[in-house]
Write a protein of this length. Structure first.
Ligand code: PHE
Length: 344
């Protein structure tokens, strides 16, 4: 025989301890109570039924109370942005002393510092630009076929000319701005000498050598009597300083709308004597595009090309960094993986 009173106490205690109190209303003990009824003398059955109903009501009331109580319990706050497993009792935060600059940031600073010592000032690029700077000022008029070479990301929004905005596909988008900004140097008999190391974007098919987001360093140098020999010497000096050894360089003719003549610049592989995996066993590494600034580009910035000439270059920084640290896949650089980053 189950005693109704002691069962009541037991079930109510169970409700108070439960995280899902409604479950107690389905306790198997109720079925056992009902199963007892046929064995009771008929005159006791009414009273028994009444007590079972009271028991049910008491349990239901306790369930209501417990539910209200659970609803107001303050949950521990969780920082969903925390860089650790929020379920672990003692979060292992990364000690600040273990943090380092991203390898690209480190190298951008080194590249910039080398050019600064050579007399160039550093400017930043931007992450959204217009077709005027990406193409028009660089001597790619509307409809110019070379516009298609740049796999340019475009926005849905348009500028005042109705053209989509773009994520700069090269740092050359800054040429017109820096030429205008430092034009005053020329009047004072000084050169315009600017580097722009910054982020660029192209809608590339991604693989170990192609990433949609990458870095270039643009160089612009304008003064009286600037010639291609100065371009080659500047780049050679920069690369020798960067790799810490003397290096042979090679220039081949190339085409860019914004330089004339244009060159593709290669350097002797800094890592081998007679061929290795970095240079694909060719001993030469094609590194960057460069050339003498086209008169139309100078004119677009209000500079008289009869009086002044200049050179420009655009060098991929990821490639420099990959070669330096023997990184086999460019996609590591934007992966944000700590295993990778902690090596630098
Ligand atoms: N902007 C060119 C590119 O990304 C490189 C370049 C820069 C060439 C400056 C000439 C002068 O392909």
């Amino acid at each position: 025989m189950i005693d109704v009173e002691s069962l009541k106490e037991k079930l109510i205690a169970r409700v108070h301890a439960s995280e899902a109190p409604a479950e107690v209303a389905k306790a198997p003990e109720f079925r056992e109570l009902y199963a007892q009824i046929p064995s009771l003398p008929p005159e006791d059955r009414g009273d028994f039924g009444k007590r079972v109903n009271e028991l049910k009501k008491a349990v239901d009331d306790a369930i209501g109370q417990r539910k209200a109580e659970l609803a107001t319990v303050a949950l521990p706050t969780i920082d969903v942005t925390a860089p650790f497993d929020v379920n672990s009792s003692e979060p292992l935060l990364l000690p600040a002393s273990q943090g380092t600059l991203h390898p690209l940031t480190q190298e951008i600073e080194r590249v910039s510092a080398i050019f600064n010592r050579m007399g160039f000032v550093t400017e930043q690029s931007r992450e959204i630009d217009d077709q005027f700077h990406m193409f028009e000022t660089l001597n790619f008029p509307k409809g110019h076929p070379a516009r298609d070479d740049y796999d340019t990301f475009m926005t849905v929004e348009t500028d005042q000319d109705g053209d989509p905005l773009i994520a700069p596909a090269h740092t050359s988008t800054m040429q017109n701005r820096v030429l205008k900004k430092y034009q005053g140097n020329l009047a004072q008999g000084e050169a315009i000498a600017v580097v722009v190391p910054d982020r660029t974007f192209r809608n590339e098919d991604l693989d170990a050598r192609h990433e949609h987001t990458f870095y270039q360093v643009e160089g612009v140098y304008v003064a009286k009597g600037v010639h291609a020999g100065m371009l080659v010497a500047t780049l050679q000096k920069f690369l020798e300083e960067y790799y810490g050894r003397s290096l042979n360089v090679r220039v081949n003719p190339f085409y860019f709308p914004f330089t004339e003549p244009s060159f593709e610049f290669a350097l002797e592989c800094p890592f081998c004597e007679d061929g290795c995996s970095v240079c694909s066993h060719s001993k030469w590494i094609e590194l960057l595009g460069c050339g003498m600034i086209h008169p139309n580009v100078l004119a677009a910035a209000g500079i008289d090309s009869d009086e002044f000439t200049g050179f420009a270059f655009g060098c991929g920084i990821d490639r420099l960094v990959m070669m330096k640290h023997n990184i086999e896949d460019i996609r590591h650089l934007e992966s944000a993986k700590l295993n990778f980053l902690r090596q630098f």
